[in-house]
Design a protein around this ligand. Sequence first.
Ligand code: ZN
Length: 389
Amino acid sequence: MITLFKGGDVYAPEFLGRQDVLVAGSQILAMAPEIKQPSEFPVKVVDASDCIICPGLVDSLVHVAGGGGEGGFTTRTPEMQLSQATARGITTVVGALGTDATTRTLTNLIAKTKELRALGLNAHFYTGSYQVPVKTLTQSIEDDIILIEECIGVGEVAISDHRGSHPTTQELMRLTSQARTAGMLSGKSGVVSVHVGDGETYLDPLHQVVAESEIPIRQFYPTHINRTEALFEAGLTFARSGGVIDFTTSTTEQILAQGEIDSAEALARAVREGISAEHLSLSSDGNASLPVFDKAGVLTDLQLADPKSLLDAVVRAHKEHRVALPLALTAATATPAKQLGLEAKGNLAVGSDADIILLEKESLKLNTVMVNGALFFAQGEVLKKGVFE
Ligand code: ZN
């Protein structure tokens, strides 16, 4: 129950230098340059001197119960298994339905979220669907958010996409204010995760809601902003207006060839454009399908999105695109945690939840993963798996 990480370079995600980190139960009890090993009770000591110590990754969009299906029933994607997150450095996931809210259901998504929680992962879900009016469990966005513990917001609601329902400003305004009020009443973010397609209205529907209502821009959490050059530019404007934008780390060669900006590069470019890391986020879109459509809208390729792309993108942003490591980490830890209203997540501090990962210095290879004080991965070995893995 008590673990002492000795002598790692701590990125909290800001750089704090060489520190020992003492974990008791599920929380960080102390952080200091030198913590003496208590002798009164058993302590597991982890030598972290060859590692950096940072917060576990917070993945704000994962299709944990499967998604996809744009190529017919054979292309429905599988559920995510526990170690697909934990063995990739992800300690918190938020699940969502996707294009298909008919054969994929909220009841199944809730059950999957409960499964992941029972196995020890931090798991939440968004009520709703691509299409508006959104699907809910109780026929009410407010009731879902207020009464279902695991439900923290609404999403993915699709805008500017041929697979969405092209919601009106009024429709978006109403569902967002419902989510916001329900979040306030239940101590949650009530955030609205927005899937943004490649349509030429880009983020305009969200700007219209903000212009015509009292809803703050941060109530929205638009994702896939690296989908095209034009959407990326629209995203920078959205971030400069105070919003948070999210880049999707899963991709394929074909999608990049069609004009998507690699997420690590998008993060680097946004930082160079002067956007603060507090407005920049990365998510894996894990277990989504990655469909490629040609100019006529015909599906030409479809692959499975992998949660492991999240840590890969953080590492590549730093190593290949020279983003300072604290900034690259912030986009996958502190920023999503704050946007999701998960205050004890996404940072290392006394009193924070002990969601901790160790990366080997230089290579930044994943070495150790702790979730709420329990080890799930150590020295490259998976310690805990789902029942059917
Ligand atoms: Zn999406």
